[in-house]
Design a protein around this ligand. Structure first.
Ligand code: ADP
Length: 374
């Protein structure tokens, strides 16, 4: 709770440059949803100090030691992967397109073949294709290209007032006069355990940045649009409006567990957060990571180097005896009284056509989700 907000007036969003003439060695590439999400994070400064797709030195250092080549803490490679067969050796620039619109140009200064198996083992702690992040890594292409990136249009994944760049978010925080801001990452339909985490945090800090991820997720996750609708319904009915800022986080989900938790925290620092919530199995999928593996990774990192304080939460559940959400730290009853709350459980109830009980979700949230699944 000691960390105070360090506001910075520096806007690290990319300055737009006009696109130059198209030379003979220029290649147009239609970006995937994940590539667009990375572009958006780079363009807005959300991944600062990483401002372009990584070259080999940064890639290797990041994979092997969770640091950029200059020693800066950084857990996940941000690379532009393409299929080698689609990129002639003479290619000097890559025009990155979104639905035919020229978004950015990469002046190619480096190309290399990454060891994707090694990247999977080190970053995702598995090389199994059953892992959605690993499957996406293998499918994205066997060649990595890097160089200077110039933007001609800002990629924007979400239309609406909840779209705030890191700079705009820091300004909004400043306007509200918050000295401490706790960030909350989520990709799941909001449930009562999430709300519990938010409310505990609101007891301790000036403001809460609710930051649902709206980039690509695996196909059985709810859509970003619905994720935002349920959050608005919850805020309108159950939260003190002036203490919460709801904004979108444009990244794609990698499901890399601990390393992704670290990426989430570092990036939220760019958005002005002084604190960041990490609960159970943060950014995990299936049984690939231990319940508290993400928290354990943070235990090994010097808090001063990290620059954002991690607020750890134990697995939280609804206790039918206590009649509220609790964790083992606050509830004495045995597990037969406990209702586990998770996005997976919420999704499976909805798929079966069941109404979400009040212990799981607020009725306003349950109604939107039921309509969506119907
Ligand atoms: P993800 O971590 O993949 O974004 P969620 O949206 O479910 O998935 O989680 C958002 C945050 O809430 C994470 O920090 C996660 O650890 C935490 N969390 C989710 N459910 C619980 C729970 N029942 N108990 C404690 N923490 C939880």
């Amino acid at each position: 709770m000691s960390r105070a907000l360090i506001t910075s007036q520096v806007d690290r969003s990319a300055t737009l440059e006009p696109a130059g003439e198209i030379g003979p060695d220029s290649l147009a590439v239609e970006c995937s949803a994940r590539q667009l999400a990375d572009l958006e994070m780079l363009a807005t400064g959300a991944y600062a100090p990483v401002m372009t797709f990584m070259g080999q030195d940064d890639w290797r250092s990041c994979v092997e030691s969770m640091r950029l080549a200059d020693g800066t803490l950084w857990p996940i490679p941000i690379t532009l992967q393409l299929s080698a067969s689609a990129v002639p050796a003479s290619t000097s620039e890559i025009r990155l397109m979104s639905h035919g619109r020229h978004i950015a140009t990469l002046a190619v200064s480096e190309r290399f073949t990454p060891d994707l198996h090694r990247e999977a083992e080190m970053v995702y702690a598995t090389s199994s294709r059953e892992h959605p992040g690993v499957a996406a890594l293998y499918e994205a292409g066997d060649l990595v290209v890097s160089g200077r990136l110039s933007f001609h249009a800002l990629p924007r994944s979400f239309a609406g007032p909840e779209y705030l760049t890191p700079f705009e978010t820091r300004l909004a925080v400043e306007q509200r006069g918050w000295r401490t801001v706790v960030g909350f990452q989520t990709r799941n339909p909001v449930h009562r355990a999430h709300e519990y985490l938010h409310k505990v945090a609101l007891e301790l800090f000036d403001g809460l940045l609710l930051h649902p991820l709206v980039g690509e997720t695996k196909s059985d996750d709810i859509s970003a649009e619905v994720r935002m609708r349920v959050y608005k319904a919850l805020l309108d009915n159950y939260y003190p409006q002036e203490r919460v800022l709801l904004a979108v986080y444009p990244a794609a989900m990698r499901y890399a567990g601990p390393r992704e938790a670290l990426l989430h925290a570092l990036s939220r620092k760019n958005y002005g957060c002084t604190h960041f919530i990490v609960g159970r199995d943060h950014a995990g999928v299936g049984d690939f990571y231990g319940t508290y593996a993400a928290q354990e990774l943070f235990d090994k990192i010097d808090p001063d180097e990290l620059g954002i304080d991690i607020i750890r939460f134990e697995h939280s559940f609804y206790c039918t005896r206590c009649e509220h959400v609790a964790s083992k730290r606050t509830c004495p009853h045995d597990s037969s009284q406990h209702l586990a709350l998770s996005g997976t459980k919420v999704r499976s109830l909805l798929v079966e056509g069941e109404t979400l009980p009040a212990e799981f979700s607020r009725p306003e949230v349950a109604a939107i989700l039921a309509e969506e699944y119907r």
